[in-house]
Design a protein around this ligand. Structure first.
Ligand SMILES: Cc1ncc(COP(=O)(O)O)c(C=O)c1O
Length: 331
């Protein structure tokens, strides 16, 4: 029985969901949501804060500031509350209301950017705002998840080894790309293992520029970027897949009909994994893992709300999940 004194100490690392009942072949989802921040971003947040403390940059007078689509903001506000720091989270109008409420309930401030940058989208607009804040007052400390090496190092130390421990014969790993901290940390970990044969596939949303494709509208937070993340090194990734948000929605709904209410980016990664496996390893015995960053409760107003799905994508109020389960004819 784990007994903890601070929320950041607890993180379930060994839970995997096998989707074979849904798709007819094994695909293991590593669930990164069972901690008090509810997402994979706890690891990056804890790692960046601890490094800033060790270096002396973060002290009692500092005010943490960060641009986040939501999950890192929640993780940082939790850690800031536990450690007694002030924190200002810069989000944009796509961030869910409940996410903003969680950050505020934990005692942090939320600043909302409502206008995207003309070329760099909401991300660039948020980053510009953070740079201006830091220039205005030296107490602000920007951890900068997009460029902070402690982001990917957290996954090198934890996510990669945990996957290897459970799946020593892993063939393919699918990881979504936001800041690419998870992707880079896992990719570096498997590259550094002697004799490793793991194929690492990056998955992103259509409209993201990270893998070199043109920018476009993206409504689901988590994955994707309007500016290529400084952490991203394409040479570490064996292949990439882009997924449309419509396919993300369909996949989320198909998983939910099996009782697994996952977040938007999990739908993206699962759809990307299925597309890649169908194309490259059809009917082969493959040990495949995909990383699931969060659960679906924070997407009830978007991915799981019929009116939103209809408005944004023109899909019927109940998205047709049949195409997503076509492999097994489950629907
Ligand atoms: C829901 C969700 N999925 C995926 C990611 C991407 O993770 P990373 O920033 O490590 O690429 C994030 C990051 O914020 C996220 O919030």
């Amino acid at each position: 029985m784990p007994i903890i004194t601070t929320p950041q100490e607890y993180n379930e690392e060994s839970l995997f969901v096998d989707l074979r009942q849904l798709y007819g072949y094994p695909l293991h989802l590593k669930c990164e949501s069972f901690n008090f921040a509810g997402s994979v971003k706890l690891k990056a947040a804890a790692s960046m804060v601890e490094a800033a403390e060790r270096s002396g940059r973060l002290g009692p007078d500092s005010v943490l500031v960060e641009s986040s689509s939501g999950n890192l903001g929640m993780a940082l506000s939790m850690i800031a509350a536990a450690k007694g720091y002030r924190f200002v989270c810069v989000v944009d109008s796509r961030t869910n209301l409940s996410t903003r409420q969680v950050i505020q309930s934990l005692g942090s401030e939320v600043h909302i950017i409502t206008e995207p940058h003309p070329t760099g989208g909401f991300l660039e607009a948020r980053l510009e705002y953070v740079r201006q804040m830091c220039a205005s007052d030296s107490r602000y400390l920007w951890l900068n998840q997009h460029a902070n090496e402690n982001n990917w190092q957290a996954h090198y130390r934890t996510t990669g080894p945990e996957i290897e421990k459970q799946f020593p014969n892993l063939d393919v790993l699918f990881v979504g790309a936001g800041t690419t901290g998870t992707l880079m940390g896992c990719a570096r970990y498997f590259r550094d293992q002697p004799g490793s044969k793991v194929t690492v596939v990056g998955v992103d949303s259509e409209g993201s520029v990270t893998f070199g494709t043109p920018p476009g509208r993206r409504m689901i937070p988590g994955l994707g970027a309007g500016v290529r993340p400084a952490l991203f090194d394409p040479s570490l990734v064996d292949d990439t897949v882009l997924v449309s948000e419509v396919d993300t929605i369909r996949t989320c709904h198909a998983l939910a009909r099996r009782g697994f209410l996952f977040g938007g980016s999990t739908g993206t990664v699962v759809h990307g994994a299925r597309t890649w496996l169908e194309e490259h390893r059809k009917d082969q015995d493959v040990v495949a893992v995909a990383v699931s960053p969060d659960l679906g409760d924070r997407y009830l107003d978007t991915v799981y709300r019929s009116a939103w799905v209809q408005d944004i994508y023109g899909l019927d109020s109940t998205p047709d999940v049949s195409s997503d389960a076509a492999v097994t004819g489950a629907y």
